[in-house]
Design a protein. Sequence first.
Length: 146
Amino acid sequence: MSNDKPRDAYSDAPIPQRNNAVEVVGSSSPLDAVLWLIALALLIGSAMVNQYLPAYWAPANDIWVRIAVILTCIVVALGLLYATHQGKGFVRLLQDARIELRRVTWPTKQETLTTSWHVLVVVIVAAILLWCFDFGFNWFVKLMIG
């Protein structure tokens, strides 16, 4: 085994070297700003389609046309956002998170039930203690005030 590449601790496979998501997000261009503005305008427009579009475009009186216009605006806006450096960094983050989720050791059903019961008992005990403190504090205040 050569030591020139980092290895995955679980499978002993080489870890693929990619640009860091922070590096991708940190490098932006003027085109990114334009794409963000267009995407923002599309998202705001999709929020206002239902209220304003039927007054200016007769086919928009049909609910399915408005739904299609809203979905189209959202899909196009998401596509434009994906085209930016920040969008590519976000997709890379999601891919890395998916890889990390595969490495998680999930608890068994028995461990989950046991832990849930422990949490429930602690919550009940804490609630009873808080109720006792509240009751005692109220009694003390009534005693002092009269």
